[in-house]
Design a protein around this ligand. Structure first.
Ligand code: EPZ
Length: 426
C-alpha cells in the first residue's frame, strides 16, 4: 500500500496549475451517453473516479480513450475521446457502482438514451449513508416506472414527460441525475430547490453544447425537452478548474505561512472559503488568470457551518479543520451535510490537535503547532486534511491508505513538491 511521507515546516511558495474539476467531469461523462457520436472532453484529471466512470461508459457500449494524438497545447494528455454511437447496454453491475457512488449518475442518462436503466443501488461510504430517495423521486415525477430488487434499481421510461420537480434536499447528484433524464422528456421540466454548485452550472453548459435548451432563472433550472435524440449532437468541451482542489491548495498556503498563486482557479467559485481565510488572516488577490494567497502571521480562529453552494462547501470542511487546529483561539466547525464527516479528527488528535466532537459540531482549541505522526486516510477530503496537517507539523508525518486521496486529487504530492513541500509517495 502506498504512503505519503511528509517532513513538515516548509513555507509553500510559487505557482501551481489547478487540474480540471472531478465533480464536473463525472456528470459530463455520463451526459455524453445522451448524444450519439464522438465527444472530445479537455482538461480531464487522471483520477481513480474518472477511470471508474470510463469503465462504466465502456460497459454501456461506448468507447472511451485518452487522446494520444499530436501534442497540440489543447489536446495535451488530459483529453478524453468518448464515442457513444454504439450505446446499447443499460445494466451497470454492483462491482463497479460499489467503487464509486457517482456511478449512479448514469441512470438518468441511460433513461434518456435507451429508455431504461438497471443500476446497482449505491452503498454508503465513509462520510455517511448517502440516500438516493431524491433521485428516485425525480425519475418517478418524470413518469419512469421504478422497481427495486436484489440491490438493483430498475427504471423504465420510453416516453418521459416534463413536469415541475421540487427537491427536499439540494442534492448535487440528484439534481444532475434529474437534469440528465429530463433532456429527452416531452415538454418543460422545472427543477426547484436544485443544487447550484459550479459543477451543476458546468453540466448545464455542456448539455447546452450538445443541443439541449436549459437555463437557470431565479434558482429554478428550466429544461425544454428535446423530442428526439437526433436533435442532440456530440461536442468538444473544456472542463473548468476544480475549485475543491484549488481550495485545498489555498489552505496549504495558509497553513504553512506561504505565498502561492493558483493558475486557473476562479474567485467566484470560492467566495465562502476566501472570506474565511481573510478572517483567519490571509491576504488573497485575483491575478489575471487565478488567485494569489499569502499569509505571514499566526492564524486567527473562526467558525464555519457547511451548507449547499454558495455556502461553505462540505468538501473543504476537513481541510479547514486542519488549519483551525493551529489557530490562536477556539473555533467551531459544524457539518450539516453528512452525518459522518469527522473521520479526520481522531487522526488530527494523534498529531496533537485539541478537538472535541459533539454530534454535528467539532470544537477546536488551537495549539501552537502539530507534531508529525503515523495517520490513516479514510476518505478523499479527510485524507487531504491530513496532508495539510503534515505540511505544517513539526517532524515527519506518514499517511497510509492514500488511494482515498488519489480518487480526488491528481498528483497532489507532485503539485506540493513543485511548491517546495518535502513530500514523497512510497
Ligand atoms: C456530491 O455528492 C459530491 N460528489 C460530494 O463530493 C459532495 O460532498 C456532495 O455533493 C455535497 O456537495 C459528486 O459530485 C460526485 P448530495 P452527492 O446528494 O451528490 C442528502 C467528493 O469529495 N441526500 O448532495 O452524493 C444526503 O444525505 C464528494 O468529491 C438525500 O437526502 O451528495 C446529504 O445529506 C464527497 N437524498 C445531502 O443530501 C438524496 O437522494 C447532500 O448529498 C441525495 C442526497
Amino acid at each position: 500500500m502506498k504512503k505519503f511521507i511528509i517532513d513538515g515546516g516548509v513555507r509553500l511558495h510559487g505557482e501551481v496549475k489547478v487540474s480540471g474539476s472531478k465533480n464536473s467531469c463525472l456528470p459530463i461523462m455520463a451526459a455524453t451517453l445522451l448524444a450519439p457520436g464522438k465527444h472530445l472532453i479537455h482538461g480531464v484529471p487522471k483520477l481513480g473516479d474518472i477511470h471508474t466512470m470510463m469503465q462504466i461508459l465502456r460497459v454501456t457500449g461506448a468507447s472511451v480513450d485518452w487522446y494520444k494524438g499530436a501534442e497540440e497545447s489543447r489536446l495535451k494528455d488530459h483529453t478524453l475521446i468518448i464515442d457513444t454511437s454504439e450505446v446499447n447496454n443499460s445494466e451497470i453491475p454492483y462491482e463497479i457502482v460499489s467503487k464509486m457512488r457517482a456511478s449512479f449518475l448514469v441512470t438518468g442518462a441511460l433513461l434518456g438514451r435507451l429508455g431504461s436503466a438497471h443500476v446497482a443501488r449505491p452503498g454508503g461510504c465513509a462520510i455517511g449513508h448517502r440516500p438516493i430517495d431524491e433521485h428516485l423521486y425525480g425519475f418517478k415525477m418524470l413518469g419512469a416506472q421504478l422497481e427495486e430488487k436484489h440491490g438493483y434499481i430498475h427504471a423504465k421510461g420510453n416516453s418521459l414527460v416534463g413536469t415541475e420537480i421540487h427537491l427536499n434536499e439540494q442534492s448535487v447528484t440528484a439534481t444532475e441525475n434529474i437534469l440528465l433524464a429530463s433532456v429527452t422528456a416531452r415538454g418543460k421540466t422545472h427543477i426547484i430547490n436544485g443544487a447550484k454548485e459550479p459543477h451543476i452550472i458546468e453540466l448545464i453548459n455542456f448539455l447546452n453544447s450538445i443541443g439541449t435548451e436549459i437555463e437557470l432563472e431565479n434558482d429554478i433550472i428550466m429544461i425544454n425537452g428535446r423530442s428526439s435524440l437526433d436533435q442532440l449532437h456530440p461536442s468538444e468541451y473544456e472542463i473548468s478548474a476544480d475549485y475543491i482542489e484549488a481550495g485545498t491548495l489555498m489552505i496549504a498556503a495558509v497553513i504553512t505561512n506561504g505565498d502561492i498563486t493558483l493558475i486557473r482557479a476562479r474567485w467566484e467559485d470560492l467566495t465562502a472559503l476566501i472570506t474565511k481565510l481573510q478572517e483567519i488572516g490571509a491576504t488573497l488577490e485575483k491575478t489575471n488568470n487565478g488567485i494569489r494567497v499569502k499569509k505571514n502571521n499566526v492564524s486567527k480562529p473562526c467558525s464555519i457551518k457547511t451548507s449547499p453552494y454558495p455556502g461553505f462547501p462540505t468538501d473543504l470542511q476537513p481541510q479547514l479543520t486542519s488549519l483551525l487546529s493551529i489557530a490562536n483561539g477556539t473555533s467551531v466547525v459544524t457539518e450539516t451535510m453528512f452525518e459522518q464527516r469527522f473521520n479526520h479528527i481522531p487522526e488530527l488528535v494523534r498529531m496533537g490537535a485539541q478537538i472535541e466532537v459533539d454530534g454535528r459540531s467539532a470544537v477546536i482549541n488551537g495549539v501552537q503547532s502539530l507534531s508529525g505522526a503515523q495517520v490513516m486516510a479514510s476518505d478523499i477530503r479527510g485524507g487531504a486534511a491530513l496532508v495539510l496537517a503534515g505540511l505544517s507539523a513539526k517532524g515527519k508525518t506518514e499517511i497510509s491508505r492514500i488511494y482515498h486521496i488519489e480518487r480526488g486529487y491528481e498528483g497532489l504530492e507532485v503539485k506540493l513538491r513543485g511548491l517546495g513541500a518535502n513530500i514523497k509517495k512510497v
